[in-house]
Every structure is written in C-alpha cells, then in structure tokens.
Design a binder for this molecule. Sequence first.
Ligand code: ASP
Ligand code: MG
Length: 403
Amino acid sequence: MALVVQKFGGTSVADADRMREVADHVKRTRSRGDQVVLVVSAMGKETDELLRLADEVNGEPPGREMDMLITAGERKSIALMCMALHAAGVPADSFTGSQAGFETDNNHRNAKILSVDPHRVRDSVDKDRVAVVAGAQGMSGENNVTFLGRGGSDTTAVALAHGLGADACELYTDVSGVFTTDPRVCPGAKRMESISFDELLEMTAVGCPKPVMRSVEVARAFGVPLHVRSAFTWEPGTWVVEEDPDMERAIIKGIVPDTSQAKVTLSGVQDQPGLAAKVFRTLAEASVNVDMIVQNVSENGRTDISFTVPLDDLEVATSTCETLAETLNFAGVMADPDLGRVSVVGAGMASNPGVAATMFETLAEIDVNIEMIATSPIRISCVVSEADVDRATVALHAAYGLD
Ligand code: ASP
Ligand code: MG
C-alpha cells in the first residue's frame, strides 16, 4: 500500500464535471489499495479573476488582504472537491493551508514555507479518509493567511508529500508530462518517460513552463519522486527522479525555446574595478533578473557590457541603466526586445564531447546567427533573434535525434 499526494491544477478542477472526474480517479486509486491526499488549485481562471477584482477596488491593495482574497479560490475548491468525493462514496475532509500545518514567512503574495506539520492530514489518512488540502497557502507566524505565489500549489503538494513521507507526488495537469520540446513549436516533440531533477531544473530555468521551478527545487532537496501527468487522459506521464535511468542513452534530453528574452547593452563603460559591481547591484535592487552577461575586450579603457533580462523586466532595466549612465559616465544604453533563447539540456553532455559543436553547426546550417552563448555543466543556451527561435528549436530537436 502506497501513500500518494495527487495535485490537481486549475484546469483539472475547472467545473463540476471535472471535479467528478477527479473524484472518480481518486476512487480508482484507492481501489488499488493506495491512500490518497489531494492538493487542489483554484478552479479554472479563478485566481486571475480575483486579482482583477482586487485591482478594480484598489490599484495597490494591501498584501494581507490580497492573500486573504486569493486564497479564497483554493478554499472554494477544497470544499467542492470534498462534496464530489462524498457523492462518489469516498470519505473526505477539507483543510486550508493553515489547518494542514503550513507555516510560512509573512511575505504576502509570495510567501515561503518555513515548516509543515501535517498532523491533521495524517489523522485523516489514518482513518482511511481522503484529506483535501488547499494549494498555495499557509499561515504566517503573525497568524496571517498567506499565499505562496502563482503556481504555488505544486510546491504545497511536494512539501506535503515530504511532510507525510509519501511514496510519490503526482502533479496532474493539462499536459501529459514533460516533453522533449514544446509540442506547439515542434510536431516531433515526445513525452519523456523520466528525467532527473537537475535536468528538469535547468529546463524550467530557461523557459519550460511546467512544473514550476520552486516545486522541483523542493522535490530535489527532499528527494520526493514526482510524476507529471495528465488529468484528462489519465495515462502515465513523466517521472522526475534523482538519477534518470535513461541517462546513459540520451545525451540530450530536451530543447527549450524561449521568446521572452531581451538584451541591454551598455556602451563605453569605463573598464575599471567596481563598475560591473555597481551596475548589477543597482539592477538587483530594482528586482531585475539578469541572466547572461558578456563583456567585450576593452579599447582605450572603455568596454561594452551586454546582458539579457526577461522581456517583462526590460523597461525597468533600461531606465535603471539610463540613470546609471549619468553617474557612472558611460556612453549609452541600448535595448533590444526582439530576442529569444534556445537551450539544449542533458546530463549526458557532461561526459560527451561535441554537443556544443553540433549545436553551433545546426544553427549555422539554417543560417541562424548566435548573439550570446551561456553554458552550465548540463546546458548550452544560445541567444538568437526572436524570429529564429522556432526553426532553431525544430532543427536542434532533429539534430540530437529527439524526433
Ligand atoms: N491558483 C494559484 C495560481 O493559479 C495557485 C496555484 O494553483 O498554484 O497561481
Ligand atoms: Mg496553477
């Protein structure tokens, strides 16, 4: 008999029919002799709707009230889910984040979990009932309701699986697993049977949208095996584990396209100690998330520094740098929003030469110009023009034999 935590995202519990289907699935799981703890998100677009309402009432709502509002979405889901389970003949109890023992910091809208003491959930399981826990929420030391941030339900599920010593954490969603690349971009994309935590973390860091990176980090830290799978077809999905058993075979596991990159270039920056420090500290203080950084060879004591940021951060990054240009006396700031990035990820590249060469050759063959390159031990990323991202992805997918 295994204990599984099953997490269902917004689309999976979007209406009454979906709730009933999930209830049936839980019933099937239990009939195999397994025990189930459920974590659910807010229904469909509920969270967006609550955010919109708040914005209508107050453009800058207090964090405490914001969290009180958003967490209502998941609270609605747990009650309805329990009703659906009762209707299916499955005994179930709902728990808010605080009832389930999630203690967080007081950082509203993006609270971090400090500890989980799921004894009430455990009691429910011990009585052979299904505990249904509200995702993405907890309670701060000040006894305020807190929200763990967008996509926080995945993190709730993983932390709960760890706290309960569950055998696995299943993340049910509207895609059937982790794919070798984005199927919307490349028709040859295939679902992976398994992937390692490290590889998936690299993929999420460079634009793979699901599951959310934070949940993978928590899963890796606590060694919780994840199973990313479909709540619509119910077929087996992708296992995320410590050591991918397939690792010896595939050198490259995935190609990740990302069209949300932008580049900032600072020209004529004085080449002397402390300048980069000043620039990037100021950007960090403005909450700009800098990724790749390239500094050129200097001429006459001046150099260019280019860096990439998410497109969403471009405006803040540019205005921050323009202000700095005056005080630090550099020539100019150029912003390029039309950039993308394509990354190849695979633990096998650490021990196999030629992966970078293949990537550059493949891009050269289709006449894609590389603007910047960054590597980690198991990833190579190239910044290219946004317009080239899709065909670069398709070509690389074929070049590494993933089709
Ligand atoms: N409902 C929240 C969101 O959409 C939290 C979650 O489901 O993960 O971000
Ligand atoms: Mg969600």
